[in-house]
Design a protein around this ligand. Structure first.
Ligand code: SF4
Length: 482
């Protein structure tokens, strides 16, 4: 039986409208990203190396940085909570909402809230969650799932949104994005004064000054954050940097990578609740630092994936993600980075503790607990072309991690008859030059003519380039002819 991922991917491949709109949107974002870095005087490689060094230094010193952050925030009257997993984060937030009598809470863009299923858990506890990001608002209205870290409704076509607004908001049908945005803003802004509590995610935190950076391209997120008196900020344990300068540098790198903008549309720097000598800020500030398997991941060869700053550039450039969209990957993890995180995070125990000083003992890839079965097939969603690593602003080698996860997946499930046959065929074709020429000739004929049944299922949904008219082998022979 095909896995849930393979079923969802096959459904996405059958939806040609979805594929067209995904490819268009991803290409546009990729073009803007390229332009944003081409316009700078500093070469891309230098910027990427500096950002990677900053993230590596943070991962090397996470316990100290998190404790400094906590100390600074406590000194200014914030509450700091360490949540081992999503359930612990939910318990704290739900208890806070109950204690403050908040029947409705605002929620800004937060991939971490999606990862821990916060909205559904709060709704089940009777708390009404109102999404303030335009993309999330559409998703909630459509009872759909977010598919991209920055643009959760990237897969939705304008015509679908127009139908949705007509049926759910009684809006006269229009394809004008300004008009639709205006309607969503109008509806959202009516909710803001009625909501005392806001949950959002810090993109990064600066340990030295105890500053939380809230970043969004949505004005509503920022407006809500400045109106709500009780602010709950979610932060993954890895989302910390040593200094505010590093936070601002990484924010710029993330923004250029995500949408081509030199700086995000809205950035709010929070370092505590309102003070007697400073009336700016929320009445209460609660920081919830979430582990959810991350500290265990730190001790594995996949540690570098925690350097991610969530820009989404790897999603936009990945030839697989561009065809099937983030929705095919599952509920919480999407794109190339999700294909690494998904199988691991759910399988790792949460071991971080407030005040933990020592790094966990190193764990070899093969000793990592069995991959989370819900996501074990995600590492297959890659051509291993390397495009994700090329555009990653913090230089994460995702292709190598995906390859390693594939090895683990195979080791966990064991080699079946098809795997054995393919391995034998590959060995036969590559161990002998004559066999290689025969196989190559057969593949060329298959790719230019009608495809034989064994390759038909594999080729569905893949657009392979036409083989070159002249073989490299022949061109090489001509060039080297005496
Ligand atoms: S892995 Fe790199 S490119 Fe992908 S979202 Fe994270 S930081 Fe961006």
């Amino acid at each position: 039986m095909p896995s849930p991922f393979k079923t969802r991917a096959a459904q996405a491949l059958d939806d040609s409208d979805l594929r067209t709109s995904l490819t268009r949107a991803s290409s546009r974002l990729q073009r803007w990203r390229n332009q944003a870095f081409d316009d700078l005087e500093t070469p891309w490689a230098d910027l990427q190396a500096a950002a990677a060094a900053s993230r590596q230094a943070a991962l090397d010193h996470l316990p100290e940085l998190l404790q400094t952050l906590e100390t600074r925030l406590l000194q200014r009257g914030a509450e700091v909570v360490w949540a081992e997993d999503g359930a612990a984060a939910f318990r704290y937030i739900a208890a806070l909402a109950t204690a403050r009598g908040a029947e409705r809470v605002l929620r800004g863009r937060s991939p971490l809230a999606e990862e821990i299923g916060l909205d559904a858990a709060l709704a089940a506890a009777g708390v009404n969650v109102i999404n303030t990001h335009f993309g999330d608002y559409i998703i909630r209205l459509a009872e759909d799932r977010s598919t991209h870290p920055h643009f959760p409704a990237l897969h939705q076509r304008a015509a679908d949104v127009a139908d949705l607004f007509e049926s759910k908001l009684d809006m006269p049908r229009t394809l004008d994005p300004q008009a639709m945005g205006g309607m969503a803003r109008f509806r959202l802004r009516r909710e803001l004064p009625r909501s005392e509590m806001m949950i959002c995610q810090a993109a990064l935190a600066a340990a030295d000054s105890g500053t939380l950076a809230l970043v969004s391209d949505s004005g509503e997120d920022r407006l809500a954050a400045s109106v709500a008196q009780i602010q709950v900020i979610l932060l993954g344990i890895e989302q910390v940097a040593a200094t505010l300068e590093e936070v601002l540098f990484l924010t710029q790198m993330g923004s250029r990578s995500a949408s081509g903008h030199g700086f995000p549309g809205a950035v709010t720097l929070l370092n505590g609740p309102v003070q007697p000598d400073n009336p700016d800020g929320p009445g209460e500030l609660h920081l919830v630092i979430v582990d959810n398997g991350r500290s265990a991941l730190l001790a594995t060869p996949f540690r570098d994936v925690l350097a991610c700053i969530g820009c989404g550039a790897c999603h936009n450039v990945c030839p697989v993600n561009r065809e099937i969209g983030g929705g095919a990957y599952g509920d919480h993890y999407r794109g190339p980075v999700g294909a690494v995180l998904g199988p691991l995070v759910g399988a790792m125990p949460s071991i971080s503790r407030r005040g933990a000083q020592t790094a966990p003992s190193p764990v070899a890839a093969a000793d990592i607990p069995l991959l989370d079965p819900a996501y074990a097939d995600l590492p297959l969603a890659s051509t291993l072309c390397g495009a994700c690593a090329d555009v990653c602003p913090v230089g994460i080698d995702l292709p190598e991690m995906l390859r390693s996860l594939r090895e683990q997946r195979l080791a966990a499930k064991g080699e079946g008859p098809v795997d054995k046959a393919l391995r034998a065929a590959f060995r036969w074709a590559t161990q002998d030059p004559a066999n290689y020429r025969r196989t190559h000739g057969w593949l060329r004929r298959e790719l230019t003519g009608s495809v034989a049944p064994p390759l038909r299922a594999w080729q569905a949904g893949r657009d392979l380039p036409k083989p070159a008219a002249k073989l490299f082998r022949d061109r090489w022979a001509e060039r080297t002819k005496p």
